[in-house]
Design a binder for this molecule. Structure first.
Ligand code: PGA
Length: 237
């Protein structure tokens, strides 16, 4: 496990990017795990720059995202699909058939969960996974109390997560109440994990992780059992 303390959001983004660049230079057909939210926006900017500078290519990359809302169209600006296209996919040479997000509009959502885990497995598994962390210790949409054995599944979003994510919607009533998320076990199955957290708001979450106590009440704590975890963190204060 590696803890890297940074002094700015930009530095966090650059350090995370450099790990992905190294991964792609070492294995051009890597399977990458991507995240959405505020934390990775700077990371995507950096990795697009590395692509534009010719340091890396996404020609042979396959990717899987952690999660997607249930019940909003994928072309809605608030969907994670749109986030990924806007922040990343449209700027690099990754082809549409090579990037994947869970389908939050699948007719059979349970079957979609099984299909998603299977398609990750069939790709050979995720080589490098990017993660953020919620103020309550959630990873992806795995909220406190989630079983560490969970695979991709349908979850009810907690009120605190809906409030946190309301910034991406016109008003809180528009925030979906459910999502499909890779489970904690699905995340643990990835070969390397980079967790990013910056800002005063995340200090308590990182302190809790650092304390080393492993409990399902704090989903991120299971990551401490992962053989290859890097935490890149810091705050203004
Ligand atoms: P954030 O969210 O990157 O938008 O802070 C992370 C998370 O809630 O997992």
């Amino acid at each position: 496990m590696k803890w890297i303390k940074v002094s700015s959001y930009e530095e966090m983004s650059k350090v995370a990017c450099s790990i992905f660049v190294k991964q792609l230079q070492h294995k051009s057909n890597s399977v990458l795990g991507f995240a959405t939210g505020g934390s990775p926006v700077g990371f995507y900017k950096e990795i697009v720059k590395s692509y534009q500078a010719g340091e890396i290519s996404f020609d042979h990359v396959r990717s899987f995202n952690l999660d997607e809302y249930i019940g909003i169209p994928s072309n809605s600006p608030a969907s994670y699909y749109s986030y990924m296209v806007e922040n990343f996919f449209q700027h690099v040479n990754i082809s549409k058939e090579n990037y994947h997000l869970p389908d939050g509009n699948a007719i059979d959502l349970k079957e979609e969960c099984v299909r998603y885990d299977k398609s990750i497995e069939e790709s050979g598994g995720i080589d490098l996974q990017l993660l953020g962390i919620g103020v309550n210790g959630h990873i992806a949409f795995n909220e406190p109390g989630t079983s560490f054995a969970s695979l991709t599944n349908i979850v009810n979003l907690t009120e605190s997560t809906r409030i946190e994510n309301a910034r991406y919607f016109e008003n809180i009533a528009d925030v979906p109440t459910q999502a499909i998320t890779m489970g904690i076990q699905s995340i643990m199955n990835t070969k390397k994990i980079v967790l990013t957290a910056f800002g005063d708001k995340k200090v308590a979450a990182i302190d809790q992780l650092y304390s080393g106590k492993i409990t399902e009440d704090y989903p991120a704590s299971q990551l401490l059992m992962h053989p290859n975890l890097t935490v890149i963190y810091g705050s203004e204060g």
